[in-house]
Design a protein around this ligand. Structure first.
Ligand code: SF4
Ligand code: SF4
Length: 442
């Protein structure tokens, strides 16, 4: 047996080698996931992230058997698998093991956490120049930061920030509608010698050479995510820009070129449903022709949120995986973030309000970037005051009944307060995990 992936170092600290009292029966952990790649057999622990390649000499190991310590004494591989929690005592409550482990790991991590916010998600406006049918801001009255608010936001960042490098994430609406606000905040922070970098989510339609100069310079923009939901016809149809003269698709493609020439990393997010699948294939070919140098260009396909919420979304996920493979074959890098080596301790930034804060254009503070009514935790003038809401976001309820005993639970932390519904379940998790494992081991 050969160890091909090590345990998550944080889990290794929390979880010392399992003691194996004799005269007990040991069962396979629900997190011990067996898979094949070619003719090779592997066993991966979805909780600890450790992976072993089983050799011919391990043929006696049967993944359906119960074992005793006597069996482990006679088979070194079995003994090692038990010490590493691939086998657990017959009556072990593994939901509890997962809950306790993540809680201890979180508290260890929080102890090392920096004082002050390290990440500010800032919405200069909730207005947008496009009208995507799937936008969560649709039907809401747009709000934009006033000049006074821009000054107050700057003061709030200065007074609440971590005293080292901070991350400004520009979100909206379309943040570039308010490029002047971004400019002012970044200039003020520079005047105060604040060390920061930026990222942004944008539709990419409002970029000019001058804005790109500012992005690369004053804003220290490292990455911009742009949504591109199909080929020219489909994209122009889906975006419904308010003031489109030329083809918005061609405009955005030109803007991506400007960004890349300025050395800014561009990530394309392609939202998929059953109606734009074919056009997404054409989009891949077009991107490949237009951008032969993909050094700073990544792309990924993912189902639209409304598709993710449907029970039968797996076929769209499968198509996305296929198209992502095609992107990889063409040399585009994919969005990273698989939980292959690191146990996910929280669902998203909203569950870590000690280091992350979201600032809405009206000065309300949130932990979730969707800024749902009734979920503000304070204001930039008075700071955090809604401790009950804060507590709800940063609490971790017990494993839900439907997830009890699921091998994929450690990769699939759920969060009931997230407004985005994801109904995809074991089939999808298994597919995604296998895909990552196969890539890792190739
Ligand atoms: S949501 Fe589904 S895949 Fe995820 S942990 Fe629960 S049962 Fe498993
Ligand atoms: S709770 Fe959901 S919508 Fe809010 S930040 Fe987290 S993942 Fe995004």
């Amino acid at each position: 047996m050969i160890e091909v992936m090590k345990m998550d170092p944080l889990i290794r600290i929390v979880l010392s080698e399992q003691k194996l009292p004799p005269a007990r029966q040991y069962k396979w952990s629900v997190y011990a996931y067996h898979f094949q790649k070619g003719n090779a057999n592997y066993i991966y622990n979805t909780l600890t992230k450790q992976c072993y390649l089983l050799e011919a000499s391990d043929n006696a190991i049967n993944t359906r058997n119960l074992y005793t310590t006597l069996d482990m004494d006679n088979n070194a591989s079995l003994g090692q698998l038990a010490k590493d929690y691939f086998l657990v005592q017959e009556h072990e409550d593994e939901d509890l093991l997962y809950e306790n482990l993540t809680e201890i790991a979180r508290s260890l991590k929080h102890r090392k956490q920096k004082k002050g916010f390290t990440r500010f998600t800032i919405l200069p406006t909730t207005a947008c120049n496009a009208r995507c049918f799937y936008c969560f801001e649709a039907h809401k009255k747009p709000v934009t930061m006033t000049p006074e608010m821009i000054e107050q936001v700057t003061s709030y960042i200065l007074s609440s920030r971590y005293d080292g490098k901070i991350h400004l994430h520009w979100f909206g609406g379309e943040p570039l509608i308010c490029s002047k606000a971004i400019d002012t905040i970044c200039r003020r922070l520079r005047q105060q010698s604040v060390d920061f970098y930026s990222t942004m989510v944008s539709n990419g339609s409002l970029i000019t050479d001058e804005i790109a100069d500012n992005m690369a310079g004053i804003w220290n923009l490292e990455l911009i995510q742009i949504s591109l939901d199909g080929d020219e016809t489909e994209y122009n149809h889906r975006k419904q820009y308010h003031t489109a003269k030329n083809s918005p698709y061609r405009v955005v493609m030109d803007h991506i070129g400007i960004l890349l020439r300025h050395g800014i990393k561009v990530r394309l997010r392609c939202n998929v449903d059953s109606r734009n699948l074919n056009s997404c294939h054409r989009l891949i070919e077009d991107l490949n022709c237009r951008f032969p140098d993909k050094t700073n260009l990544s792309a990924y396909f993912t189902p639209l949120y409304e598709v993710q919420a449907k029970e039968n979304s797996f076929s769209v996920w499968e198509s996305c995986f296929g198209m992502n493979d095609k992107l990889a074959a063409y040399g585009f890098s994919e969005k990273s973030g698989s939980n292959l080596h690191q146990l996910a301790l929280q669902y998203c930034m909203a569950q870590n309000p000690h280091n992350n804060i979201v600032i809405a254009p009206d000065g309300l503070l949130y932990t979730c970037e969707h800024c749902l009514p009734g979920t503000a935790i304070g204001t930039i003038t008075n700071g955090i005051s809604e401790n009950n809401i804060l507590k709800q976001y940063s609490s971790y309820p017990p494993v839900p009944k439907k997830c009890s005993g699921c091998a994929f639970l450690p990769n699939c932390t759920t969060f009931s307060l997230c407004p985005i519904t994801r109904s995809s379940c074991k089939e999808l998790q298994e597919h995604a995990l296998l895909r990552s494992l196969h890539r890792e081991l190739s």
